[in-house]
Design a protein around this ligand. Structure first.
Ligand code: GAR
Length: 200
């Protein structure tokens, strides 16, 4: 069974969706650790209540590469196949990128390359786009720049606020993250430049 580590910072609804998809047989994988850089993240409580290994590894005041090395050390005994950033709100430092090259996925609540970074639903509204969505991508050294594995689009409604748009996007996040994880774990894709192409 392929082993996942989930990195979180807060609510953890994407983590919960992954755990649910595993439990209900839609995703063949095992979550071996949920690591939070915030000690108060709700996701840590959820992980414990699901009987999963919950690791609180606070990042406050710690430089990005130093923190990445701490995560590498925490995960080292667990033989992790794939790291999933599920609402993980810190940059990923070089030690983690090197230890898990092409083995870190992130979910981002916009159609990249539009609106990287933070407050992206508000950015989408302010720009006036008629569609937004979410993106699962491999993590590289840039900010939300890695090769795209999967995307889903949702319409932006005239009456939307950042919150209502975020909620519509989140429904799709909960679907495509697990689908993208399954694809990457299966290895049934090839990389052509920036393009991730499914093998038949
Ligand atoms: C999700 O919308 C996720 O896409 C976003 O944070 C939210 C976390 O929700 N991630 C980012 O913005 C990463 N840059 P969750 O904790 O309920 O999964």
């Amino acid at each position: 069974m392929k082993k996942l580590a989930i990195l979180v910072s807060g609510r953890g609804s994407n983590f919960e969706a992954i755990a649910r998809n595993i439990r209900e047989g839609r995703l063949e994988a095992e979550i071996v650790a949920v690591v939070s850089n915030s000690p108060t993240a709700k996701a840590l409580e959820t992980a414990e209540s699901l009987g999963l290994r919950a690791i609180s590894l606070p990042s406050k005041g710690i430089e990005t590469d130093t923190y990445a090395a701490m995560v590498v050390e925490a995960l080292a005994p667990l033989q992790v196949d794939l790291i999933c950033l599920a609402g993980f709100m810190r940059r990923v430092g070089a030690p983690l990128l090197e230890a898990y090259a092409q083995r870190i996925l992130n979910i981002h609540p916009s159609l990249l390359p539009s609106f990287p970074g933070l407050h992206v639903q508000q950015q989408a509204l302010d720009y006036g786009v008629k569609f937004s969505g979410c993106t699962v991508h491999f993590v590289d050294a840039g900010l939300d720049t890695g090769p795209i594995v999967m995307q889903a689009a949702v319409p932006v409604e005239d009456g939307d606020t950042a919150d209502t748009l975020a909620a519509r996007i989140l429904v799709e996040e909960h679907k495509i993250f697990s689908q993208a994880i399954a694809l990457v774990l299966s290895g049934a894709y090839r990389v052509d430049g920036r393009r991730i192409i499914r093998k038949d």
